[in-house]
Write a protein that binds this ligand. Structure first.
Ligand code: SAM
Ligand code: SF4
Length: 312
């Protein structure tokens, strides 16, 4: 269905946990987050029911996210349940990749179509620093396992950070030249811990790699390709190029709150609702999407939560 600004809303980002196996400095507090009572989070059945009701309201693509979705107990049941919903044409999952070496095959069998793997640096010591202890080789092993399991069109999410990874832009672009991957450079957003790192505009990619050629837009990404490259480079620039006019998504948090906009603190409780009552509240939430965010004017997001509590 369309929201009241005539945008077709077809994409649900469904968070399955706010816990994570890493502590990325721009996303999580250093001490992590207290483990919540399981009853505070949606059950597997509630998550699948939410996705089903959203599909009845016109959602065609679902992305499972977190926190880290692969630490969620029952993640394969969630995938199987969502993949089986008629109306859901594409099931994607965003992960830090650490557990993919064990789970890539089972995820594929459970019906996941595509993966986004977050990887902000190709240097082991930098990775350990930014994630507060992660091992880069585990992500590489996960990426290999994903390819072996038959995943194609995998995207690497790279958050641009001045003074941290700007010197690695050519290396990432070279990966997209040599492999059929999409490298997605994402501007750091001032959400929660986002101020722990320094903003770098997406234009820095085009300045560092002037041979990139436009390759059309895909959703919120402007895409480019190196001459003769096998993969593509995507620029996601919520700060420097507001793309709200083409926003097609809603979000549901792991504790069952519908967020019509990532950058608004408006949250609509869904837990306890079923059937037509659930569909009605989702339709109202879609209609209530604000026209745009105001991060550029205010300098901060109005999200009211850290990123790991929303899912990106
Ligand atoms: N744990 C998974 C992962 O890291 O891919 C999924 C959840 S994570 C919150 C989803 C995406 O949000 C990641 O690509 C992460 O880099 C990105 N992210 C987190 N905080 C951000 C921020 N302040 N600005 C921009 N992107 C951010
Ligand atoms: Fe965890 Fe993802 Fe946040 Fe990193 S970005 S702390 S992997 S939720």
């Amino acid at each position: 269905m369309e929201d009241r600004h005539a945008r077709p809303i077809t994409y649900l980002r469904l968070s399955v946990t706010d816990l994570c196996s890493l502590r990325c400095r721009y996303c999580m507090p250093a001490g992590g987050v207290p483990k919540r009572d399981r009853r505070d989070l949606c059950s597997v059945e509630e998550l699948v029911e939410t996705a089903r009701a959203a599909a009845d309201c016109g959602i065609r693509k679902v992305r499972l996210t977190g926190g880290e979705p692969l630490v969620r107990r029952g993640i394969l049941d969630i995938c199987r349940g969502v993949a089986a919903i008629s109306g859901v044409e594409e099931l994607c999952l965003t992960t830090n990749g650490l557990a993919l070496s064990q789970l890539a095959g089972p995820l594929r069998e459970a019906g996941v179509d595509r993966l986004n793997v977050s990887l902000d640096t190709l240097r082991p010591e930098r990775y350990a620093y930014m994630t507060r202890g992660g091992r880069l080789e585990d992500v590489f092993r996960g990426l290999e396992a994903a390819a072996e399991a038959g995943f194609s069109g995998t995207k690497l999410n790279v958050v641009l950070m001045k003074g941290f990874n700007e010197d690695e832009i050519p290396g990432f672009v070279d990966l997209a030249r040599r492999y059929p991957l999409e490298i997605r450079f994402i501007e750091l957003m001032p959400i929660g811990q986002g101020e722990a790192a320094e903003f770098l505009p997406a234009e820095a990619v085009l300045e560092a790699c002037p041979d990139l050629l436009p390759a059309g837009d895909s959703g919120v990404a402007r895409r480019y390709r190196s001459p003769g490259g096998l993969g593509t480079v995507g620029l996601i620039a919520p700060m420097s190029h507001c793309f709200c006019q083409s926003c097609d998504r809603i979000r549901v948090t792991a504790d069952g709150k519908l967020k019509p906009c990532l950058h608004s603190d408006q949250e609509i409780p869904l837990r306890g609702l079923r059937g037509e009552a659930l569909r009605r509240v989702i339709r109202d939430g879609i209609a209530a999407k604000p026209r745009r965010h105001h991060m550029n004017e205010t300098g901060h997001s109005g999200a009211g939560r850290n990123m790991h509590q929303i899912g990106g």
